[in-house]
Design a protein around this ligand. Sequence first.
Ligand SMILES: [Zn+2]
Length: 395
Amino acid sequence: MNKIDIYDTTLRDGSQREGVSLSVADKLKIVGKLDEFGISCIEGGWPGSNPKDIEFFRRASKVKLKNARLCAFSSTRRPGIAVTEDKNIRALVEAGTKTVTLFGKSWDFHVHDALETTLAENLAMIKESIEYLKALGHEVFFDAEHYFDGYKANPDYALATIEAAAAGGADLIVLCDTNGGLMPWELIAILAVVKDRIKIPLGIHAHDDSGMATANSLLAVREGITQVQGTINGYGERCGNANLCTIIPNLQLKMGFPVVTPEQLRGLTKLSRFIAEQANIAPADHQPYVGFYSFAHKGGIHVDAVSKKPATYEHAEPEQIGNQRRILVSELAGRSNIILKTNHNNFKLDKGRTETAAVLQRIKELEHYGYQFEGAEGSFELLVLKMMKVLPASL
Ligand SMILES: [Zn+2]
């Protein structure tokens, strides 16, 4: 099984999500947590685009990482100038990371209308920029921006851009679905052609505008790519990037790729919530694997089955990703909800005891009057203590 590199771009692409602004100190803390978790490559930012990222790389160079390598991001040189004259590339080199990621255009539409240069000049920009960085001893990843849209519009030119990157000496070519509109079957067809032509390792960078970023990333791995790019919690511009909190457990638990150690995987839920806190975003409670509700059981029939065999209503064990099973109490509950919810109290409630049915009956009556116990664990506890006569009913 090929080794899959996880490339995290939370600090660059992720911070392009509306409302997110990370300070240098936030970014450094996040680097520490991503490294501890076992991410193999952390994209720290784009030093050519703002002074904050320049300062970040200056301070990050002093941080010792255990698992990850830090990586700086930039564009290929601008049209019509020598690589040595390009300010972005100079800032990229000054960032001082051994690994650099360079993005360039693969879609002829962007070359004409965004870069406003010729197709031939864009190929030269890609090849010369990579050659320059390789000569300085860098490991160079080439992000082929809009690769799939570019391929659909002009396959020969899209292929020529990544051939230029390979000729320049790129260590890895990352195929980007920058607008996030790619369908999985299109990915398979395009990847088959690319694999035929390009013999260096490939990566995938998917956005989630059509809800396919996870599917496309996993399929790309099945098709042989070796690097998956994404962000923690799927943060990113518009609908977000490929969500590493979904992709990593799927790769490891469903597809058998040893991405991180089992112990590191148990840190995923904590990592997800830490990043949400740093980004000042309320955690997405319904998020697969790491959400607060991911393993919450409410219906009486479900809870009864889960209490016997958790796999009846769970696709994975919550402990594997450091999450927790939660049993909710409401009017939809059955006796199993009450038993599981009170077992820490030594009441030894079981299905045969009249108190179990009485507590359940009381919950249903109160919910009918408008009370809600699902988010009120303390009130539930008091109700049980009163019905078990540990507390006076008048309290
Ligand atoms: Zn992106």
